[in-house]
Design a protein around this ligand. Sequence first.
Ligand code: 2AM
Length: 192
Amino acid sequence: MPDRPHQRKDLTDPAKKAPDPGARVFFALWPDASVRCSLDELAGQVHKACGGRRMRAESAHLTLVFVGQVVLARVESLKSVASGVRVPAFDLRLDRVGCWKRNRIAWLGTRETPLPLAELVQGLEQGLGREGFKFDQRPYFPHLTLARSARCEAPLPTDADIRWRVEEFVLVRSSLLPGGAAYGIIGRWPLR
Ligand code: 2AM
């Protein structure tokens, strides 16, 4: 086999490193097994009423801040933003089901946003702003998506009441696959 020194040189040349593929990321609350089970049951009821694409139990989450596409080299800065947020654990009561006609999302939310939840979102947004991240600046409306492409005209459950003791938040990587988004948790931070 003839030697091909030019190829070996290319592989070690730092200027020829593979480009940073980046990642689509967001901060979220991720339910424990018991809350996930209750969410799945409710998603089943909503799906029965409204049709559409039902939330997968393993993907259930409540988004705090959707950051979007970042280069992987910036993930450490995201983690340091998260580490800088100090908020106590809190109880979240998920007791409001609705459906947005504009995007046909059937959702589960709360009648009363706990103060620590609002502070958590605000703390992350401020930290992200300081670090120069651009992120979704829409007014925050805490919700979990139960079904997409839902028929919003259908009657929705009125008796939802899921209690969630929130003791941590997570950074999630979202990969868009043909069958829908796949999520992977890439960092966890306790609330205390
Ligand atoms: P949704 O369920 O209401 O679509 C991952 O996509 C998560 O980030 C979802 O919970 C999604 O909310 C939320 N999200 C918020 N803003 C988004 C955006 N601009 N694009 C995609 N997802 C967004």
